[in-house]
Design a protein around this ligand. Structure first.
Ligand code: UDX
Ligand code: UDX
Ligand code: ADP
Length: 466
């Protein structure tokens, strides 16, 4: 069996960075080089200010960096030296052309694959880590076989990453499972065993699952689709709770006690965000349509539609509660990241909610403990493609929750950051006009305590009861 001595990871993002940093930490005998075309990102990985915020990541990088973990922009050198290459580049949803809005844009993946073919002079195990549509490994193989140098062979594995942002390091230290898919050929199985051996340095063997290539690719889409479906289900029920006076936390608790359902991942919210859920479901929808399975496509599409409905419903509720207009009113948005403990804002519900408020011509203040001001502006201008001028006068980004809430007619909780629980709510109340509204989009605040102070509190998934 091939003994892996050198690993290269192409793509130093949210997935590649933490995953390969943990591999380096747990496997001191393996040299791990993480490469990226983005010089700024690599410089940050080599500095004290890592490019992504993830609890515990600093410590992991500090221990392994310079020992057997390296960050570089020399992609070719790292490819040439490696026995095993993780491809961890971004695979966003296509913005134009066939499948726009649904299919994954695989251009970064294909460019990276092409580079591997051109540079490799020895056999390589190529591992797809990025979330990809089913049968991507097939197209990777076609590219590799059409472009490789004589005598060079490749084995392709699928090894999807299941870490969640904010808990990436603990997820990587103790994963529920590691999934490795390979062709069921002699060399495919040997490659699979070689990668399994890497994980076996810290993951119990029974948690390392080896399956066929296509099962592995589909499992990643399926896992994310089913997780997102749970949230859309609970969010759909939250609307029923609001209309009837039932309490979604109580309902979710009661339902989750059934071991067949399970208690986790049943928290109603303003809607799910993040780079994976929506993208993966839309991939699944596109796949089903391509396979002429329109009923299947429709079923999964509804999960995303329910999420859009939830974000929209919450924004509307704010407007309705503020006597049907927020024009010129100051609204504080607390939390911009798509969940707590990350600085990532991809598909964050806060963006949709802020855009809704902007359309209603509100004045918005925004605070998030980890998201940079620069990122918030990028999100509000669709990555700089929309003009900033018309919206800029309506938005202020603040450095603390207290500042953001000053003089606000409504405070809207979009991300469940722990610090929002322990704010000096009395002081905030004293600085707000009356009536002072709090909209808890994460069911995280002590409603009774806020009401005692004098706030009118509207919580997702509960009857009004202000
Ligand atoms: C997800 C999957 O959990 C992970 O396994 C996969 O590898 C990548 O996609 P991530 O997007 O990082 O991870 O975060 P996750 O914790 O799944 O949350 C996604 C979104 O759902 C967030 O906006 C979160 O706030 C929301 N959510 C989650 C809820 O609204 N309610 C819940 O009960 C759980
Ligand atoms: C169900 C609920 O399980 C029970 O808690 C409630 O009180 C009444 O409704 P029941 O209808 O008796 O109970 O059986 P259940 O085991 O839930 O199966 C329902 C149907 O789902 C069956 O046709 C079963 O074959 C099917 N099923 C169940 C599947 O197709 N796949 C599964 O994984 C589980
Ligand atoms: P993810 O959340 O999937 O990790 P990110 O966008 O955070 O996605 O990271 C992907 C990284 O891959 C980016 O930093 C990007 O610059 C890098 N990348 C994309 N294409 C290539 C390539 N051909 N070679 C090296 N790095 C690449």
């Amino acid at each position: 069996m091939t003994q892996i001595k050198k690993i290269c990871c192409i793509g130093a993002g949210y997935v590649g960075g933490p995953t390969c940093a943990v591999i380096a930490l747990k496997c001191p005998h393996i040299q791990v080089t993480i490469v990226d075309l983005n010089q700024k990102r690599i410089d940050a990985w080599n500095s004290d200010e890592l490019p992504i915020y993830e609890p515990g990541l600093d410590e992991v990088v500090k221990e392994a960096r310079g020992r057997n973990l390296f960050f570089s922009t020399d992609v070719d050198k790292a490819i040439a030296e490696a026995d095993l290459i993780f491809v961890s580049v971004n695979t966003p949803t296509k913005k134009s052309g066939i499948g726009a809005g649904f299919a994954a844009d695989l251009k970064f993946l294909q460019l990276a694959t092409r580079r591997i073919a051109e540079v490799a002079t020895s056999p390589k195990i190529v591992v797809e880590k990025s979330t990809v549509p089913c049968r991507t490994a097939d197209s990777m193989r076609t590219i590799l076989e059409a472009n490789h140098r004589p005598g060079v062979t490749f084995d392709i594995l699928s090894n999807p990453e299941f870490l969640a942002e904010g808990t990436a390091i603990s997820d990587l230290f103790a994963p529920d499972r590691v999934l490795i898919g390979s062709l069921q050929t002699k060399s495919g199985l040997a490659a699979c065993a070689a990668l399994a051996e890497v994980y076996a340095n810290w993951v119990p063997k029974e948690r390392i699952l080896t399956v066929g290539l296509w099962s592995s690719e589909l499992s990643k889409l399926a896992a994310n689709a089913m997780l997102a479906q749970r949230i859309s289900s609970v969010n759909a029920l939250s609307a029923v709770c609001e209309a009837t006076g039932a309490n979604i936390d109580e309902v979710a608790y009661a339902v989750g006690k059934d071991t067949r359902v399970g208690a986790k991942f049943l928290k109603a919210s303003v809607g799910f965000g993040g780079s994976c859920f929506q993208k993966d479901i839309l991939n699944l929808v596109y796949l089903a349509e391509s396979l002429h399975l329109p009923e299947v496509a429709r079923y999964w599409r509804a999960v995303v539609e329910m999420n859009e409905y939830q974000k929209d419903r919450f924004s509307r509720k704010v407007v309705e509660t503020l006597f049907n207009t927020i024009t010129g009113k100051k609204i504080a948005i607390l939390g911009w990241a798509f969940k707590k403990d990350t600085g990532d804002t991809r598909e964050s519900p806060s963006i949709s909610i802020a855009n809704h408020f902007l359309e209603e011509k509100a004045r918005i203040t925004i605070y998030d403990p980890k998201v940079t001001e620069e990122q918030i502006w990028l999100d509000l201008t669709d990555e700089g493609t929309k003009s900033l001028e018309p919206i800029k006068p309506h938005i202020t980004i603040q450095k603390s929750a207290e500042e953001a809430c000053k003089d606000a007619e409504a405070i809207v909780i979009c991300t469940e950051w722990d610090e929002f629980k322990t704010l000096d709510w009395q002081k905030i109340y004293d600085n707000c006009p009356r009536p002072a509204f709090v909209f808890d989009g994460r069911l995280m605040l002590d409603r009774a305590a806020l009401q005692k102070i004098g706030f009118k509190v509207i919580t997702i998934g509960t009857g009004d009861g202000l």
